[in-house]
Design a protein around this ligand. Structure first.
Ligand code: ZN
Length: 147
């Protein structure tokens, strides 16, 4: 188990130091901001839909290792998914980080964040970018806040 933990931490640190899909993707026409005052995390998520599918997604902002890695991993996980699939994935992800569920095979690489369940204050860090993404896909203009 401790080896697995080390591996997870390595993946989280890697995504923190080298965030994937950082920046505004070309043609992105949807965006929303997320703020987590508790930790000081700020994120802006950008997306472009093609039909009902997420054709491109990226993010900018600054925050702690968990929030940055979670945003980076999220951009990879939702690529090519429909809005409904994004909502379903978020449901499984939310259950995982809050410890309410067992997780789900569809989570894939997102499972590296399962350890967050042991740190309830960090759940907001891990879900901030997801709330912002869903606001962006819904076309909600006002910033989302975890408070
Ligand atoms: Zn944070």
């Amino acid at each position: 188990m401790s080896d697995l933990r080390d591996l997870y931490q390595t993946v989280i640190l890697d995504h923190y130091k080298k965030p994937r899909n950082f920046g505004r993707p070309e043609g992105a026409d949807r965006t929303a901001q997320g703020v987590n005052p508790l930790c000081g995390d700020r994120v802006q998520v950008f997306a472009r839909l093609e039909g009902d599918k997420v054709a491109a997604v990226g993010f900018e902002g600054s925050g702690c290792a968990i929030s940055t890695a979670a945003a980076s991993l999220m951009t990879q996980a939702v690529q090519g998914r429909t809005r409904r699939e994004v909502d379903e994935l978020f449901g499984h992800y939310h259950d995982m980080v809050t410890g309410e569920g067992e997780g789900d095979a569809s989570l894939g690489k997102l499972e590296v964040l399962a350890g967050v369940r042991e740190f309830p204050a960090r759940v907001k860090c891990a879900t901030l970018s997801w709330h912002a993404l869903r606001a962006a896909l819904d076309g909600r203009a006002e910033p989302v806040t975890t408070e």
